[in-house]
Write a protein that binds this ligand. Structure first.
Ligand code: AMP
Length: 283
């Protein structure tokens, strides 16, 4: 496995790779890697001749400086995990390398960029599109791997690929969870033990909501999930949106769509740490 910090050096290497007719998979990450990331890398390794994993804590997608400052940085451990997974190249550029000048591009793909995370984290998806488009131009992958953990992000990235007119496949990967159901996340390491103990209640409430939804209206189900989570001392729901899985628009009844998902954001603990999760109600 080779580590690159320079765009030009990585591109020189990939030029040779492509000359041999090899396929390239890209897994974009922000580091502090865990088994969720590893599952994306494993899949890319299985499906491509060569896998590039980017490890770049992208400042332009953070709308909260404290969140960026707190974000764990563990490049040595990340490289050890990636080596185990069989990744070929790690691309870990500095902020100056990725953004030699301020990125003034503005991406908006309503409605997928404006609802849910788009509404609650202004500028977040613009930053995601800036970094992902730049990674796509640099690496020119045949396939790029994204986790359903960041459910809305996949819809945004697909809209970006359509807009840029790139020939590349977006591969959606299942959410990997802890044994107690908590979705694995780099931010989980920031949870104090008492916070870590209550965080799994988010997914258990979503699962209970799915069962409850089989015999109750969408609104009753929505309200029960929110009430169950808010009843836990230390958890507070920011939003819970039950949406059409394709348009990401809120639906009012279970009959409104064949594909319905619930996306939730919860503040956990005193800091607080912002956790996101999702569940499919109908597919
Ligand atoms: P991040 O480093 O948080 O930007 O995540 C990099 C990629 O890994 C994104 O496509 C995420 O959706 C994906 N990812 C993060 N956590 C998980 C998880 N628990 N299961 C599956 N994929 C994940």
């Amino acid at each position: 496995m080779k580590l690159f910090r320079s765009i030009v050096e990585l591109q020189n290497e990939l030029f040779e790779v492509r000359k041999e007719g090899k396929s390239v998979g890209l897994v974009p990450t922000m580091g502090a890697l865990h088994e969720g990331h590893a599952s994306l890398v494993n899949r890319s390794v299985a499906e491509n001749d060569v896998t590039v994993v980017s490890v770049f804590l992208n400042p332009t997608q953070f709308n909260d400086q404290g969140d960026l400052d707190r974000y764990p940085r563990t490049l040595d451990a990340d490289c050890a995990l990636l080596e185990q997974c069989g990744a070929d190249y790690v691309f870990a550029p500095s902020v100056e390398e990725m953004y030699p000048t301020k990125d003034n591009r503005h991406f908006e793909f309503p409605p997928v960029t404006t609802v849910m995370e788009g509404a609650h984290r202004p500028g977040h998806f613009n930053g995601v599109c800036q970094v992902v488009s730049r990674l796509f131009y640099i690496v020119r992958p045949d396939r790029a791997y994204f986790g359903e953990k960041d459910w809305q992000q996949i819809a945004v990235v697909k809209a970006l690929v359509r807009y840029l007119g790139l020939k590349l496949q977006i591969v959606e990967c299942d959410t990997i969870r802890e044994a107690d159901g908590l979705a694995k996340s780099s931010r989980n390491t920031l949870l104090a033990p008492d916070e870590r103990a209550i965080a799994p209640k988010i997914y258990s409430a979503l699962k209970a909501g799915k069962e409850y939804g089989a015999t109750h209206t969408l609104k009753e189900t929505h309200d029960k999930v929110v009430a169950d989570i808010n009843a836990v001392d230390g958890l507070e729901v920011e939003y819970f949106s039950i949406v059409d899985g394709n348009t990401l628009q809120e639906v009012e009844s279970w009959d409104d769509s064949q594909y319905i998902a619930g996306c939730i954001t919860v503040y956990c603990g005193k800091t607080p740490i912002r956790l996101i999760d999702h569940i499919t109600f109908k597919e």
